[in-house]
Design a protein around this ligand. Structure first.
Ligand SMILES: NC(=O)c1ccc[n+]([C@@H]2O[C@H](COP(=O)([O-])OP(=O)(O)OC[C@H]3O[C@@H](n4cnc5c(N)ncnc54)[C@H](OP(=O)(O)O)[C@@H]3O)[C@@H](O)[C@H]2O)c1
Length: 343
């Protein structure tokens, strides 16, 4: 069984990674169609080592005959075109925030809640969570199975690729410009990002938190457990690829550091890399291009009755976006959920 697959937003940071990941993992395709805005129509883009695709305009595209569409063109564009793809008979896996909190759209991280895919049939849309949420829940799931999690306090250190290709260009241009005395111009970020950190991602909400922080809380509850309290502070840092998180977890009952370490070591998608010595931890630069969620600096939090603290790093374009979406597609293939439209 193989499928006609459309990648929507194919010229973007996530879209390019989607094409790469589909090819690398040998997802069964009969044909891949690359879609983006009219601005990119006619451009060439690689799919694997041997195939070059010509980018087509999303607006003019007819999804009839397409089995699966992987969307990452931004929330407003997915809102319009994902339902259009579904109406044409396609299954949609959407990377944007648009559908994530809709009750009849599963929000899935395969290592954590693959069972939720059963609920996709009504809308035929599956949502991919926010990049910061994905790596957090992959790390929390094995711990929650040991001693229920009551509360999570997390501070993120998020790379500029989380803001797309233009975010990466802005860090590059500001950094380069700083060496030749150019005054920095900021369009993607609210302050200079080169040699700086910015405690603000997405828009502000009435309670003073940002939408990125809100997403981490509500998405974690939807995916893992509605009773977990989450408070996040999301920060943009001058790193190209790879999000890091300092995570503090409070449990309902006792959990030892040894038990937690063992559970994480055996958890799917997790690599524990944690030596208490210089360099004995993973940083974003080392996880770029890798699939895993890396855990370092695991230790007891003595300030609460049952607490642990750790450092968590992952490639936001891979596990935080493209890889997770392709793993969802693979899981749906395995469960026979893509079969209806298959060629
Ligand atoms: N970056 C991450 O780490 C990450 C992680 C998880 C989720 N996401 C989500 O994924 C989405 C894309 O992120 P990104 O980082 O890939 O952004 P990006 O690099 O800016 O890419 C945006 C893509 O959307 C396309 N696009 C823009 N307007 C369009 C239109 N009117 N019609 C069709 N295509 C259009 C762009 O095509 P053109 O090149 O033609 O403009 C490009 O292919 C966002 O919703 C983001 O929140 C991103």
């Amino acid at each position: 069984m193989s499928y006609k697959v459309a990648v929507v937003g194919a010229t973007g940071a996530v879209g390019r990674e989607l094409l790469k990941t589909l090819a690398e993992r040998g997802f069964p395709v009969t044909e891949v169609v690359a879609l983006a805005s009219g601005r990119s129509a006619g451009q060439q883009i690689s799919f694997g080592d041997r195939t070059v695709l010509k980018v087509r305009s999303l607006d003019a595209h007819d999804f009839a005959g397409t089995d699966l569409a992987l969307f990452s063109p931004g929330a407003a564009i997915s809102a319009i075109h994902a339902p259009r793809a579904v109406a044409a008979g396609c299954v949609v896996i959407d990377n944007t925030s648009h559908f994530r909190m809709e009750p009849d759209v599963p929000l899935v991280v395969p290592e954590v809640n693959a069972h939720a895919l059963a609920g996709f049939r009504r809308r035929r849309i599956v949502a991919n969570p926010n990049c910061s949420t994905i790596q957090l829940v992959v790390a929390l799931k094995p711990l929650h199975g040991l001693a229920r999690i009551r509360r999570v306090v997390v501070a993120t250190y998020q790379s500029v690729s989380g803001a797309g290709k233009e975010g990466m260009d802005e860090l590059f241009n500001q950094t380069k410009g700083s060496y030749v005395g150019d005054a920095p111009t900021s369009e993607q970020f609210t302050k200079t990002i080169a040699f700086n950190v910015i405690p603000h991602i997405d828009t502000f909400m009435d309670d003073g938190s940002t939408r990125e922080e809100w997403k981490m809380a509500v998405e974690t509850r939807k995916i893992l457990d509605p009773d977990i309290a989450v408070i996040a502070t999301c920060v943009r840092v001058p790193v190209f690829i790879g999000h890091a998180e300092a995570v503090h977890v409070e449990f309902e009952s006792a959990i030892s550091e040894r038990q937690a370490r063992s559970a994480l070591q055996h958890a799917p998608g997790v690599i524990v890399s944690d030596r208490r010595e210089d360099g004995g931890y993973v940083t974003p630069a080392e996880c770029a291009g890798e699939d895993a969620v890396y855990i370092s600096r695991l230790r007891r939090d003595p300030t609460v009755p049952h607490g642990l603290a750790f450092w968590c790093v992952s490639d936001n374009l891979r596990k935080g976006a493209a890889l997770n979406a392709v793993q969802i597609a693979e899981e749906m293939h395995r469960q026979g959920l893509l079969a209806k439209q298959a060629a």
